[in-house]
Each structure stands twice: as structure tokens, then as C-alpha cells.
Design a protein around this ligand. Sequence first.
Ligand code: DP6
Length: 419
Amino acid sequence: MADSKKWVVMATAQTPTNIAVIKYWGKRDETLILPVNDSISVTLDPSHLCTTTTVAVSPGFEQDRMWLNGKEISLSGGRFQSCLREIRSRACDVEDKEKGIKIEKKDWEKLHVHIASYNNFPTAAGLASSAAGLACLVFSLAKLMNLKENPSQLSAIARQGSGSACRSLFGGFVKWIMGKDENGSDSLAVQLVEEEHWNELVIIIAVVSARQKETSSTSGMRESVETSLLLQHRAKEIVPKRMVKMEEAIKNRDFSSFAQLTCADSNQFHAVCLDTSPPIFYMNDTSHRIISYVEKWNRSEGSPQVAYTFDAGPNAVLIARNRQVAAQLLQRLLFFFPPNSDTDLNSYVLGDKSILHDAGIGDLKDVEALQCPPEITNVPAQKYTGEINNFICTKPGRGPVLLSDESKALLNPESGLPK
Ligand code: DP6
């Protein structure tokens, strides 16, 4: 190892977030984070939702440190420590001939790292950021320390940071195989199909405004495992069969089956939450309204056009079968949930704004002019202004990438401190 205290070696990566269409809910091992059932997710386009992480190593660093969205956070938690330990133990020789730096395998145990992470979506949106965050931490450290492990093997490390993080190591549709081994070595993620396989899909996330204090996924699922008989039945009898059907539906781009399974699985996960003692309520009235509208529309069309799924919170993730349907969906959403009069449309619909254009909506006047959808027949249509904070239009996306452009780094290349 070069003895100068001056050098800093860095790596920067970008990692997507993911949303489960067959949910992970319940652990059989809390420390290793081993689930009670398999799960499947779709990776979301990192241009709209992702984490960027820069990791740096230097003999001048006195301890491991981490900054999240510019604020220093503690790395002392067991989950961070598990990930760091697992990665360090697999680190290999690294040589930068240009800078005259050589780090040998044995040096990594003594060297400290600095980690800076940034989410390109507001944390206040209440969108799961831990999946992208932990996956990005593992992926960028693996690059920095020259690990030879493949993405599935890295997913087994990310899993120990947060279960759902293991599915963010790939793009497209991803399966987390629960595994059988007690040590967790076979509990890892594999890619089912790449993002191009089903590139017609459009995803619209409705970020719901009223946010009560929520039970974290970690404690919620612990309580469900301890008290819900429905969870046991789901893990043993329902999910194994559903996994087979879901994999088929994805492979064949069979939207009807895909939507039916996605909605059913989201509803069953929330039923398990209700079956927990004391019951856990993640969805609210707005979430329920969205489900009713989508169900009504799907029924009136004769076959599903949109799938919905909800994680441990009230936000709806809506998957439309194609762009045309997505435009119609956005019209409906804006009709029922118009923005407050002081909100500008540009900050109300985020992400891929071309869907707004497809929907023929250029400004708030166009929103006001929207007609009640034809499937709403027997009741006067009510509007729920202000119930939605914003919408994010996105699509299935790619897996983690290394960013070679140094200007994207979050740490200063000389000091190794946040820029
Ligand atoms: C409802 O991965 O956040 O989003 O493993 O305890 O960190 P921990 O939990 P987490 O749980 C995610 C639960 C879910 C469903 C899913 O993503 O499959």
C-alpha cells in the first residue's frame, strides 16, 4: 500500500428502486433477513427514482462515515455493519497505476471508508428509499473493493441491509428466491427478464398527501409473523402457486394475468396487515378510492388495463398496459384528484411528462376541462382536491450502473468529504 496519507480512491454508482408485485412480508430469520416466501418486483426507471452513492477509501480516514442527502448518519446499526463486514471479507487487490496506488486484499480490513448517498426523489414523498440505498451501498463498495462476486451474490449481501434491497441489483423483473439454507447463502435475487422485454408498460405513482405515522416494514412484518395465521397460509399455500403464474404472465407479457395477480397480491398483503394483532393500516381512504376507480374502469373495459399495488404506506403504484392507457389513466387521476389551485402542474406531475402531453393536458385549465370518465354512471362524481401530493410517471428500468464521470461524485476527490 502506498504510504502517503494523501490519496483517495473513489467509486460512484447509481441504483434503482423497485416495487414488488408479489410481496415480501415476513422473515424466518431476523438477523440474516431470510423471508418466509419468494417475491417478484419490477425495477423502476432510475432517471426518475434512484440513489446515487459515492464511496471512498483513504489511509487518511480515521473511521467509517456516511452522509445521506448531505447529513451525516450513523453507521453503527447492525445491518450496515453486516453489509460492510461481508463486503470487506470479499475485497480483492486494487491497483491504480496512474496514481501509483496499490491496495492489497489484506489492507482492506484496516482501511476506513466514506460513503455519501443521495436520492433523486424527495424523502418526504414516503417512497421506499432503503431498497435503492442499501443496494447502491453494496454495489458501489463492491466496485471500489474489486469484488469478484456476480450481481446475485451481491444481492445476498444487500439482502442483509434490507430485504427488498436485494431486488434492486437488477433491472427489469426480478425474483428474490427465499432459499432453504440456514446461513442464507441461497436466499438471493435473480433477473427474470430485462427491462426491454416488456417496455410497453408505464408506471404512475400517486404520492398520497395525508401521512399518518406509519409502522415500519421491519416491525410490521415481525408482528404479522407473530400473530397472523393468514400470513402462514399465504406463505405456504398461496405465494408458491402465485409465483409460478406470475413468472408465466411476465414471460408471456400477459397483462390480464399480470394485473389480476398483482392486485390480488397487494390486497392479500394488506389483508395480512389487518389480520395482524394489533391490526396495521397502511392504506387510507385515498388509497381505497384509487382501488375502486381502477377496479370499476377495468371491469367496464372487460379486461384489466391497469394494475395497482401498495407497499407499507398509502401511495399507489399503478401499472398501465401501455402509453395510451397511461394517458387515459392520468386523465382520470387528474379528474378525481386535481391539484390545489396554488399548485402548478409542472410540480404536480413529475417524471416522464410526455404522458401529460399524450393526455392532452398542457395546463390547469385542461385539468378543469376534464370530463367525468364514462364508467362512473350511477353516482355524481366527487373530486378530491389536495388528497394527492403529486404523481410520478415512470416505467420499468435498468439495474445499477457505475458512473465514471467524476463530476457526478458526491465526495471531494482530494478530501474524501461531501462536496
Ligand atoms: C411491503 O425490505 O423494507 O415493501 O427487510 O425489514 O428492511 P426489511 O423490510 P423491507 O420490506 C419491504 C416490504 C414491502 C414489500 C416488498 O417490497 O416486497
